[in-house]
Structures are given as structure tokens and as C-alpha cells.
Design a protein around this ligand. Structure first.
Ligand SMILES: C[S@@+](CC[C@H](N)C(=O)[O-])C[C@H]1O[C@@H](n2cnc3c(N)ncnc32)[C@H](O)[C@@H]1O
Length: 311
């Protein structure tokens, strides 16, 4: 993983404009910061999807889970799995294996421990890895249910999201089901604070990426000369996160044997968070063999869990 991190940081900082992939946010410090973000009043995404999982568990079950027989429940980018616990609790008398997948080994370890303690009857087999890498390993011979929650799909722009769902549908068998959690287009006054909270936890989460480069790759980023600067583009329905250099400066990264120059005001792109409406959702499932079977909303209609069946 360290080799891949080094390669991607090198590629990203050599581009113009510079970029760093959001998947590297999640080391053990990033994981704990993300748990704090999920509990912030401004971060409506988790609360909205949590409400769906807590209050509409049985609707999810009837649209997503086969009435009888064994199956595998995969979760891509599971994080702390707190919302999934509602579903797991409702499924505890069924015979299945819960297979969470995450790039963060820390998340997988914690989640496995939590399920073993709280729901000991459930078999868990976590896997550390990148979505694309582990997709090929999803074949188990049993029907598959795949969870891709938290609007993680929105961290890919439409073309990549469509490509991703094409690959995902290609490893699914006819009848397998996918739950795709998406954040819906709404007023900027609700969206932007979710990426720029008043306590500065999101800023800390973004800037931890520079600390991670310092820790793991011997970088000399000086945090006080960088700032978290999110933006929301109403026209496209996309929130962008950037780390902006506040001064002209050079940053050396020993493991890469490189020094990178930043001009004052230069932005490093870190994350995209796409918001969806019906049309945008249809655009990313186009040309896949996934048929929409249900859409489940929270009471404010901020978030949607869309359920698809492989045809
Ligand atoms: C925004 S968090 C959401 C967590 C969870 N799905 C939820 O809804 O609360 C994203 C999670 O996906 C994981 N992740 C991000 N990029 C990934 C990738 N390319 N492959 C595997 N996991 C990834 C992160 O480690 C993190 O745990």
C-alpha cells in the first residue's frame, strides 16, 4: 500500500493542476476524524442515511435481500459500518457472510471486532483493498448483495462512476442486488457547511493528508501555510475540496526524491462529492445491466438509497 501511496502522490503532485486522491485521507487518524465528521451537526449525509437504515430497515430488507437461502453481503468502503449495523441486526437469524471491504485496514479491523462483539452470530470476513482491485474477488458462488453507501460513488465524476458501475455489474450474477447510497441535489446553504464545518474538523481531515505524506513519505509540508478551501458548483451539483497554498513555497518529499513548487493561492484538488437527481443517477447507471427496483428516502429527502437488480 505504501508503494501505491508513493506512486499516486508523485503522479498527482506532478500534474497541473496538482491533485491528491481522497482515498488516502483514511489512515487511522483520518478514520477517527471522519467519525467526528459524521457526528457534526452540519454533516447531514450520515444522519439522513442513518434515518433510512433505522426507520426503513424492513423496506430495505424486502427490496434487497432474498426471502430465503444463503447469501454474501459485501460492503464497499464500509468505514465504521455504523449504519449497516441496523441491517445486520435485522438479519441476525439469517445464514450469510458479511464481507466489508475498505482501503483502511484500521476500519476493517475495528468493524470486524465490533460485529463480533455486538452480533456474534454473524460471520464476518473483512478485506483490505481498493474497490477496483477487490471487485474481481467478489465471486463466491452464493447470491450477492452489495452495499455502496455514504454517497461514496459521488467521489467519482460521472464518467468514472459509470465505468465503475459497469465493472461492478459485470461481476454480479443475474438476480444479485446493489444498494447505492446517493446524496441528493439541494440548496447550497445545506451542502457547503457539510464540507466546511464551524469546528474545523473537515479542514483537519483534509490537511491530515499532508501530515500523512510527512509521516509516511518523509515530506516537509508545513501545515500552517496550507488551508482547506471547499467549493460547491450549483450548476453541476458538485462539491470540490481543495488544499490551497497560502504562500509561494517549496515542499520536499524524501521518499519521492522530489521537491514540489507551490505558488501563492495554488490549489491542490483532493475530493469531489457529486450530488444527484434522477437524471444524474440514470446517467451513471446507463449501459449497465442494473435495473432500478426501489428508491428509499429520508424524511427530508436529502438522501436516497437506490436499489438495483442485475438483469
Ligand atoms: C466517506 S467514508 C464512508 C464510509 C461508509 N461507507 C459510510 O457510509 O459511512 C469512505 C470510506 O471508503 C473508503 N475508501 C475510500 N476510497 C476507497 C477505495 N478506493 N477503495 C476502498 N475503500 C475506499 C475509506 O477508507 C472510507 O472508510
Amino acid at each position: 500500500m505504501l508503494e501505491l501511496f508513493a506512486r499516486e502522490v508523485k503522479e498527482g503532485l506532478s500534474q497541473s493542476p496538482k491533485r491528491l486522491s481522497s482515498k488516502w485521507f483514511y489512515d487511522s487518524i483520518g478514520d477517527s476524524l471522519f467519525i467526528r465528521i459524521m457526528n457534526l451537526p452540519e454533516y447531514y449525509l450520515t444522519k439522513s442515511e442513518e434515518e433510512i437504515f433505522a426507520k426503513k430497515t424492513y423496506q430495505i430488507l424486502s427490496s434487497l435481500v432474498p426471502d430465503s437461502g444463503e447469501f454474501d453481503l459485501f460492503e464497499l468502503g464500509a468505514g465504521d459500518g455504523s449504519k449497516t449495523m441496523h441491517l445486520l441486526t435485522a438479519l441476525k437469524t439469517r445464514k450469510f457472510t458479511y464481507r466489508p471491504i475498505d482501503i483502511s485496514s484500521n476500519s476493517i479491523d475495528n468493524l470486524q471486532k465490533r460485529v463480533a462483539e455486538e452480533l456474534p452470530s454473524i460471520e464476518v470476513e473483512g478485506m483490505q483493498g481498493e474497490y477496483f482491485e477487490v471487485l474481481a474477488k467478489l465471486t463466491t458462488g452464493r447470491p450477492k448483495i452489495i452495499l455502496f453507501m455514504g454517497s461514496n460513488i459521488g467521489n467519482m465524476l460521472d464518467e468514472r462512476a459509470n465505468e465503475f458501475l459497469l465493472k461492478l455489474s459485470a461481476v454480479m450474477e443475474v438476480g444479485d442486488r446493489l444498494l447505492l447510497g446517493v446524496d441528493l441535489i439541494k440548496d447550497e446553504s445545506v451542502i457547503l457547511p457539510a464540507y466546511n464545518d464551524s469546528e474545523g474538523v473537515t479542514a483537519e481531515f483534509n490537511l491530515n493528508l499532508l501530515d500523512r505524506i510527512n509521516r509516511e513519505l518523509g515530506g516537509d509540508f508545513d501545515r500552517k501555510h496550507f488551508k482547506h478551501t471547499p467549493q460547491y458548483d450549483k450548476e453541476s451539483g458538485v462539491a470540490y475540496s481543495y488544499i490551497t497554498s497560502m504562500i509561494e513555497q517549496d515542499v520536499k518529499i524524501d521518499a519521492l526524491g522530489q521537491t514540489y513548487h507551490f505558488v501563492e493561492g495554488e490549489k491542490v484538488f483532493t475530493e469531489v462529492s457529486r450530488k444527484y437527481d434522477e437524471k444524474a443517477l440514470a446517467a451513471i447507471t446507463n449501459h449497465t445491466s442494473l435495473k432500478l427496483v426501489d428508491r428509499i428516502f429520508d424524511s427530508k429527502e436529502y438522501f436516497c438509497d437506490a436499489i438495483y437488480e442485475k438483469e
